[in-house]
Design a protein around this ligand. Structure first.
Ligand code: SAM
Length: 205
């Protein structure tokens, strides 16, 4: 998976590839899906949600430019896989999930794996997590029509936020960077994510 789906497609940072080698993806998906754990696509994880395609996890991670000391916020814990990758590359990760059962199983698994720098929260991630703000990096792993304003407000100076923005069916990955003079946006690639449901996202699934 790491060589064929990630490195061969141009993501060659040894830190990122090592993070993927360190986190066994099959542990984050239901046993019925284990056969497909290292294939090139998203997989169901329950509650109508998915674990993202490995390449997309790597691609979004790469654009956060993590060096090791950052405080990161992830919206949409899901299985906990993306959080585990971020935890390998940053100092501290807060991840928030709206489905309590997904948050609970992700939290248990991360604890069992001995990963201690990830904190799983339950709630509406479109509001961010002001108690621990500001964040050096924010990743949203569900799609909304617009970037939630509270997330931009919780981004530190120089910080990066990546998320899929667009309609219900397809979106574009947007990368926002907070600079001294405001927030800059770059449009990266077309994607298809499940909806971000909440006060600053879609109002219904
Ligand atoms: N990052 C996850 C992983 O590695 O498995 C995959 C995330 S899945 C594509 C999107 C997740 O976002 C779902 O688990 C969904 O329940 C969650 N979600 C949607 N709206 C949310 C919100 N407002 N706050 C927190 N989580 C939300």
């Amino acid at each position: 998976m790491v060589e064929r789906q990630i490195a061969r497609r141009g993501i060659t940072s040894p830190r990122i590839l090592d993070a993927f080698l360190d986190v066994p993806r099959h542990l984050f998906i239901p046993e019925s899906q284990h056969l497909f754990a290292y294939q090139d696509g998203p997989l169901p994880i329950g509650k109508g949600q998915t674990i993202s395609q490995p390449y997309i996890v790597a691609y979004m991670t790469k654009h956060l430019n993590l060096e090791g000391e950052e405080r990161v916020l992830e919206i949409g814990t899901g299985s906990g896989y993306q959080a585990a990758i971020l935890g390998k590359l940053a100092g501290e990760v807060h991840t928030i999930e709206r489905h309590p059962s997904l948050a609970e199983s992700a939290s248990r698994l991360l604890r069992d794996l001995g990963i201690e720098n990830i904190h799983v929260h339950v709630g509406d991630g479109t509001k961010g997590l002001p108690d621990f703000a500001p964040y050096n990096a924010i990743m949203v792993t569900a799609a909304a029509p617009e970037v939630p304003t509270p997330l931009l407000d919780q981004l530190a100076e120089g910080g990066r936020l990546i998320m899929p923005v667009g309609g219900r069916i397809g979106q574009v990955l947007h990368l926002y960077q907070r600079r001294e003079k405001g927030v800059q946006r770059e449009d990266l690639a077309p994607v298809a994510f499940v909806p971000l449901i909440g006060d600053h996202g879609w109002s219904s699934p």
